[in-house]
Design a protein around this ligand. Structure first.
Ligand code: SF4
Length: 380
């Protein structure tokens, strides 16, 4: 008990003293304690991406971006585009970094010896193991907590015959998105207002419970539903009610998608494929987009472990035949590709966009059928 009551104080002391020590000894190298873990991760995993760094160390993306930027400015790290996809940025240490790494490991070793004074070699090793285990336990708890947070629903369509292919379904809309697609019809869900009206969970749950005999499925759309830790709990609830589940996603979260597919929590996935790789960032409204997660989601779906479709909303200002051909080559052999005609409305993110006419869409379809025989047009 006495030990556990000092946990917060001791962890905080250890953390602050470590920071001070590293800031002091690294200052001559123009480095700080904040960049050290990133430098070591990159050195030990040359070619790692920003996302990879965030996942490895459980950092948020802003912290990674800031830390890596400082390392680049100090000349210790360079970013290089992946040769297969120039939008994916890989991180490498420079010669300047390699020259100091032996010194860095020594600095780290000195600090370890400092804080494990009065411990035997075995005790120090045990301390390291137990500390790592405690960190893992704390992290697992946090992830569990987040997953159990109820997912907030900001819209419900009580009946749709179109959203879930071949099924009578209802659609639930989540709020928030990591993309800013200029043609997005759901700007109110993407730029969620502070006072956006949420549908209380009792309301949509009651509705779905009562309609079980009539509806076959529930579509989960957004925004981007996989942004939310509570998605798993929501899907589990829908499966308990006996519904088939269709998930709409922009493909940014392949690990989450993989988890949901592996657990049998989704029965159909519709992944937005915004454009060919070369024009992806522009079409998703995020210029410096890391395409790695999108590639991973495409590969995951193309394994065919769950029925799926790729969907591309075709906009005159954003898509031409060459780009669509490249998109077709990318997903050659996919189960299904849907070309959705763009529709203008007050809710679109960027004003002034236009749809291609039906004849042009049919030309695109004819060309794409070579790559994905099951290519269909929706919306006109
Ligand atoms: S179209 Fe989809 S991915 Fe793009 S901004 Fe809208 S909700 Fe997000």
């Amino acid at each position: 008990m006495a030990q556990s009551s000092r946990l917060l104080t001791d962890s905080s002391i250890l953390y602050r003293c470590s920071q001070k020590y590293y800031d002091k000894v690294l200052s001559d190298l123009n480095l700080g304690s904040g960049q050290l873990p990133f430098l070591i991760f990159i050195y030990e995993n040359e070619g790692i991406t920003m996302n990879g760094l965030a996942e490895k160390g459980c950092y948020d993306k802003g912290t990674v971006t800031k830390g890596v930027q400082r390392l680049v400015e100090a000349g210790y790290v360079i970013m290089m585009s992946d040769e297969h996809d120039k939008r994916v940025k890989m991180l490498f240490t420079t010669e300047k970094a390699k020259e100091i790494m032996a010194q860095i490991y020594l600095i780290r070793q000195n600090w370890w010896e400092m804080i494990t004074q009065q411990m035997s070699e075995e005790e120090a090793a045990l301390f390291g193991t137990l500390q790592a285990q405690a960190a893992q336990n704390a992290l697992a708890f946090l992830i569990r907590e987040q997953q159990e947070e109820p997912l907030r629903i900001f819209g419900m369509q009580k009946l749709t015959l179109l959203d879930y292919p071949g099924k009578m379904a209802a659609t639930l809309f989540t709020g928030g998105c990591n993309f800013r697609c200029p043609f997005c019809q759901n700007s109110d869900l993407v730029f969620l207002a502070e006072d956006a009206a949420e549908i209380p969970s009792e309301e949509w749950l009651d509705f779905l419970k009562k309609r079980r005999s009539l509806l076959e499925g529930v579509c989960i759309s957004g925004g981007e539903p996989l942004l939310h830790p509570g998605i798993e709990a929501l899907l589990r609830r829908l499966k308990q009610l006996g519904y088939l589940v269709k998930l709409d996603t922009n493909g940014s979260f392949p690990h989450k998608l993989e988890t949901l597919v592996s657990q049998g929590l989704v029965d159909y996935v519709a992944m937005d494929l915004k454009n060919c790789r070369e024009s992806y960032g522009k079409t998703a409204g995020v210029e410096a987009l890391d395409l790695g997660p999108i590639e991973a989601s495409v590969q995951l779906l193309m394994q065919g472990r769950v029925p799926y479709e790729f969907r591309t909303t075709i906009v005159r200002e954003l898509h031409n035949e060459k780009e669509l051909r490249l998109l077709g080559e990318w997903i050659q052999g996919a189960q299904k590709l849907v070309l959705q005609q763009f529709e203008d409305s007050d809710r679109v993110i960027q004003k002034g966009l236009h749809a291609w006419d039906r004849a042009t869409l049919e030309q695109f379809q004819k060309m794409l059928i070579r790559y994905v025989p099951n290519t269909e047009i929706r919306g006109c």
